[in-house]
Design a protein. Structure first.
Length: 166
């Protein structure tokens, strides 16, 4: 049974995350982002400790997206992201979360560990040039992406560059 209360709280935290990121983009200042990320990370850790991965049957599709977003942005706690990744793998295998979430979080964890990513989802803008972070086995990249429900690397790259330029 879906927990509407928990899904609503996930939405509230994800909205705060989004507003802080929009503020950073608009002003070029970090503002409240660090505090909001820390608060959201602490909160989602308690949710996961109590319920496991917040999947479709617990919080619905939007709630699952929101939970993933909060974990994806918990970069100041890479150990937690790694632990959450293990739970997300099981959730995807059980049909409780979309494979695309797994692709993004896998890449985020690999990049934080200094390893090449698998799915090409993580970019850097060093030197004011947007580029994908290193990817292992570029030849098989599109095949891996499609298997996870993602578009091709070229289509994603175009979308990322359009977002970056605006």
């Amino acid at each position: 049974m879906i927990r509407a209360d928990l899904a609503g709280e996930l939405r509230r935290h994800a909205d705060a995350d989004e507003q802080a990121r929009i503020g950073c983009i608009q002003t070029g200042e970090l503002g409240d982002l660090s505090r909001i990320d820390a608060d959201n990370t602490a909160w989602v850790k308690t949710v996961i400790a109590k319920h496991g991965w917040p999947g479709f049957s617990l919080v619905g599709s939007q709630g699952a997206d929101d939970a993933w977003l909060l974990v994806q942005h918990a970069d100041r706690d890479p150990e937690f992201q790694r632990q959450a990744l293990d739970l997300l793998i099981s959730a995807v295998e059980a049909g409780e979360a979309p494979a695309r979430h797994l692709a993004y979080l896998t890449d985020r964890v690999l990049v934080s560990e200094g390893k090449p990513q698998l799915y090409g989802t993580q970019y850097t803008d060093e030197g004011d040039i947007l580029q994908p972070r290193p990817v292992q086995d570029l030849k098989g990249l599109d095949e891996r992406r499609v298997a996870m429900g993602l578009d091709t690397a070229a289509a994603y790259d175009r979308r990322m560059r359009m977002r970056y330029e605006n």
